[in-house]
Design a protein around this ligand. Structure first.
Ligand code: IMP
Length: 194
């Protein structure tokens, strides 16, 4: 079975992506391959950050690998926080801090349209290939649900009446930004390795 390193330390993401890929590819985490330290993500686009993270792993292992970068783009905030979603409420802020800031900035706003966008950069023999996934929805006025991570309690995807944090992981994976990007990655890898 082909092995790929996923350039992440986020346990939720690792579990989500491993579940989607395990019949095709064996995923190794950074700790599985003994890599430690913070991966730099200093680009100002999702594509740039995904490439930077994948290259960091490739330079240290020489192995095929992929990295993802995600942003929450809110219409009423002119696309913010976007590529800065993790640090929206400041350096070293928590998911809760980010949600509080978002609920504050969105108070009284009638246009609550938003989307999550994920870009995956796959490096095979050092050559990059990109896969994008997107889910549209809206920012809720308060938190709902306990599942997932990040902004999940305040994001309700279109055609659903619940937040991401109220959905079982399999349902979120089927429709989410990352799920859609991983589905494109999986389709490519299946084709390329058949
Ligand atoms: P990352 O680039 O995947 O680390 O994502 C940046 C930030 O976006 C994270 O710190 C989370 O706050 C948020 N985020 C990414 N994916 C999700 C998701 O599936 N649900 C909710 N928030 C997410």
């Amino acid at each position: 079975m082909k092995k790929l390193i996923f350039a992440t330390n986020n346990k939720h993401k690792l579990q989500e992506v491993s579940e989607m890929l395990d019949s095709v590819i064996s995923i190794q985490s950074l700790s599985d391959v003994g890599l430690e330290g913070d991966i730099p993500e200093t680009a100002d686009t999702l594509e740039g950050n995904a490439l930077q993270k994948a290259q960091w792993v490739y330079e240290r292992t020489g192995c095929d690998c992929f990295a993802d970068d995600t942003g929450l783009e809110v219409e009423a905030l002119d696309g913010r926080p976007g590529v800065y979603s993790a640090r929206y409420a400041g350096d070293h802020c928590s998911f809760d801090d980010n949600i509080n800031k978002m609920l504050g900035e969105m108070e009284g706003k009638t246009n609550r349209r938003a989307c999550f966008r994920t870009v995956i950069c796959l490096l095979e023999n050092g050559v990059p290939r990109y896969f994008e996934g997107r889910v549209d929805g809206q920012i809720l006025t308060e938190r709902y649900g306990k599942e997932g991570f990040g902004y999940d309690p305040i994001f309700m995807p279109d055609r659903f009446a619940v937040s991401f944090a109220e959905m079982p992981m399999e349902v979120k994976n089927r429709i989410s930004h990352r799920g859609r990007a991983v589905a494109k990655l999986t389709a490519y890898l299946k084709e390329a390795n058949s």
